[in-house]
Ligand binder design. Sequence first.
Ligand SMILES: [Zn+2]
Length: 471
Amino acid sequence: MTSLVRVNGAKAMAASVALVFAVVAWMARDPLAPEPLPSLESLNVIVIVIDTFGSEHAGGFHNPGLDHTPALDRLAQRGVVFRSAFAPAPWTQPSVASLFTSLMPSQHGVKSFGDHLPEDVETLAAQLKARGFKTGAVISNQGLVSPFGFASGFDWYDQSSAKGHEAITSNDVTDTAISWVDRNRDSRFFLFAHYFDPHYQYHQHPEHDLSSGYDGPLRTGMSIRELRDRRTEMSRDDIDFLIALHREEIAYTDGQVGRLLDHLAATGLEERTLVVLTSDHGEEFMRHGWIGHTRTLYDELMRVPLIVSLPGAIAPGVSDAPVSILDILPTILELSESPPARPNWTGRSLLPILTGADAGDADREILGEVSYDMPARIKKDREKVARMTSLLVGDFKLIHDLIADEWKLFDLDADPEELTNLYDHDHPAVMRWRPVLERWEATRDRVGRDAPRRELSDAEIERLRGLGYVR
Ligand SMILES: [Zn+2]
């Protein structure tokens, strides 16, 4: 089921299971005769990342019946929704570094706490800057601040909203993004806008009213450490309350992303601005015994929304082809009149899917990896240390825990929550795919790299402790 379902005429009816959309202006367009896409040289590019936003917590564009992301639903109406998109890692730094470079974490080297994105790795921003784009970013996660190398290639890097887990920052991110766009609208520009609010702590946004009616012991804004300490005694109502708070944060962020998108429309930029919206990872709420992220490779952490929109050029639609956020950089650069001659991308361009030329590869191998550890000076929070790899092909997913030397196999069609481990040496999927994953592990051990690790200052360690990242 990988064909791109175009939202037009009768096909819209077929797509409407997942896309309960209003009439789309694009319905008049003939999707069988796509015109060539405009070149990168005539466009602006905006990449929006909503931190900690797994597909299962998205609104109607992913989950029929949920209506808490109206702005993203409108963006999805105008663009192509990839319903099987994956992050390469279950936490921010490796995942965003992969988005910026189209490399897996073991290839760019940002794998663990304190790792610095190497200066010789070419980022999307650097490549767009070299092509004449003004490059700007507004970020709100302290893991993405410039000392970790993430500002590479940006002319302007606003990190004034990176305030920690208790702050609500999406309003400021949008204000800052809009004023930068207004200052640069006469140039071609690339904007990276990063929203942090759905990340823990989970704060109530009463105007979205998803969490009211709960009368258990949990409260809005509790620290992640307190929630984890209570996790073994949580009831289903408690967990649902946390999910409702998380979705209120998503709903609030949706409104702020909507303000940025509305601004593009109101100022005439929409039709010459390629917008990509995604996330760096999801969040787990006790499905596998944990709250938060970083320590497993289950789908609640790896499956993320991905919408690509260029109204007037890319016809709206839905794709179930398995894709990766590593594909974002190749998709953008392949739009260029002169794309890089010998790119070292691990992702692949989505343009054939976006133009309807190709349905995508249903059996594409999607890799995941995590190598989460603490700097040597920090007392280890042993429960959070993780070293795993995963391989998803079709409905089967293999997970290899390299610390415990344990394997797991899940059939995502029969068991989408990955609760029943089918691993057996004789299982056909194990016999077929375990050697593939082992070969990749051997390759990355041979040619992978370690990033330069920054020695964290006492003040930084204290801040991480305050954020619940370290004990
Ligand atoms: Zn994140």
